[in-house]
Ligand binder design. Structure first.
Ligand code: EPS
Length: 390
């Protein structure tokens, strides 16, 4: 399963094309829209989210609620487009009074992108580098989630830190994904603890007052995985690097950890590696682990334990008290352009990360269980489960 997106932040529409989806996967626009809403909600968003109400239009690849095995094209319109038809016109000449975005924001793609493509108008860059594009990724990810649901795989994300407010549970609990989905979805910042949520909201309010922006940490957990997904033989097969790459492709992600993550480098081997044991369950035995410090990945493959991924998002680069920059036209020192902006998008990025992770896992499942039709794949999956029972 692969995807590509197209669309500018203030253009008419966003598009995602998801290819190599097997036939027979149950897909609904309601499920895609539910994820789009989860991405849009979250305390700390700016004025744009009051304008947009993301809804998908499925343009191809589906018949009677099931995939056809053909590319699936998804469209999400930008409601804000009607305010940008002149500034973002696809054809004709730029309006005479057009204001150039010539003061690149530190931390955004503005400067490097402008140098790269030879423009003095950072809008040529920021329209695509904007995190608006992640709406299309979430729609694509919902197709991957629908595929994974046929194998009992489920994803969950939650926020563990915003600025200096940290979810106060032990490291293990924080990473183990023991929190209930209801508690997470109830929270305006996707944090499963009500008291911490309200401290996070206060921190976002204080940042807004101060003209600041805030980043944070979040976890994505995946349950229902079977062991042996991914690969050890070739660099490109390793799930660890594929997931890492996918998460780092999300704008503003600065760190990714699996299980103990960086802490694994501080402990002796006996405190890091997860002992192997046999457990009974569901009428057949299976091999399991006494702990899950590896975060569900070993040797580039799933262990069958919960996949635990943690990631850090940097603060949003657009601030109402801007940093110093250089005007690309006059070359004089100035202040970065101020734009309407979110203060904090950590809850949103956690949902985007679910989508990216789902797309990587769906691709890896297809490599193991085939990709023509979901029925064949599920049969292959059942055979595999029977073979690895102990
Ligand atoms: C973004 C800037 C803001 C955000 C936007 C990402 O948009 P605008 O410039 O229109 O105010 O709201 O995020 C979204 C639109 C979205 O759907 O997530 C940026 O510069 O990255």
């Amino acid at each position: 399963m692969q995807y590509v997106t197209a669309g500018e932040s203030h253009g008419p529409t966003l598009v995602a094309v998801v290819s190599q989806v097997p036939a027979g996967v149950v897909v609904s626009s309601a499920a895609i829209n539910a994820d789009l809403r989860r991405r849009q909600s979250g305390y700390g968003r700016g004025g744009r989210m009051a304008i947009e109400q993301d809804e998908v239009r499925i343009l191809s690849g589906l018949r009677f609620g099931r995939t056809l095995g053909t590319p699936i094209a998804l469209e999400i319109s930008n409601r804000d487009w009607e305010n940008w038809t002149e500034r973002m016109a696809q054809e004709g000449k730029a309006p005479r009074e057009l204001e150039l975005e010539q003061s690149p924001r530190p931390g955004h793609a503005d400067l490097n992108g402008a140098l790269k493509i030879g423009t003095r108008d950072c809008r040529d860059i920021l329209e695509r580098a904007s995190a608006r594009e992640t709406a299309a990724r979430v729609a694509a990810g919902a197709i991957a989630k629908a595929y994974l649901a046929h194998f009992g795989v489920e994803l969950k994300s939650y926020v563990t830190r915003i600025g200096d407010v940290l979810l106060p549970s032990s490291e293990i609990e924080r990473k183990a994904g023991v929190f209930s989905a209801d508690k997470i979805e109830e929270s305006v910042v996707r944090c499963p603890d009500a008291a911490t949520s309200s401290l996070m909201v206060d921190a976002i309010d204080a940042a807004r007052e101060a003209g600041e922006s805030l980043g944070g940490w979040f976890n994505v957990t995946v349950t229902g995985l079977v062991p042996g997904i991914g690969g050890y033989a070739e660099a490109g097969d390793r799930l660890t690097s594929r997931i890492g790459g996918a998460l780092f492709s999300i704008p503003a992600i600065k760190g990714v950890e699996f299980g103990l993550g960086f802490a694994a480098g501080t402990l002796p081997g006996s405190k890091v590696h997860d002992a192997i044991m046999r457990v009974e369950g569901g009428g057949r035995g299976r091999i399991a682990r006494a702990s899950n410090n590896a975060g569900g990945l070993e040797g580039g493959m799933t262990t069958g334990e919960t996949l635990l991924v943690s990631a850090a998002m940097k603060p949003i680069p657009t601030m109402t008290t801007p940093l110093a920059t250089v005007n690309l036209v006059t070359r004089e020192a100035t202040w970065a352009s101020k734009e309407r902006s979110d203060v904090c998008a950590v809850p949103a990025v956690a949902v985007v990360a679910e989508a990216e992770l789902a797309l990587v896992l769906a691709h890896a499942y297809q490599q193991k269980f085939g990709c023509d039709t979901i029925n064949d794949s599920v049969q292959a999956f059942e055979c595999y489960l029977a073979r690895i029972a102990h």
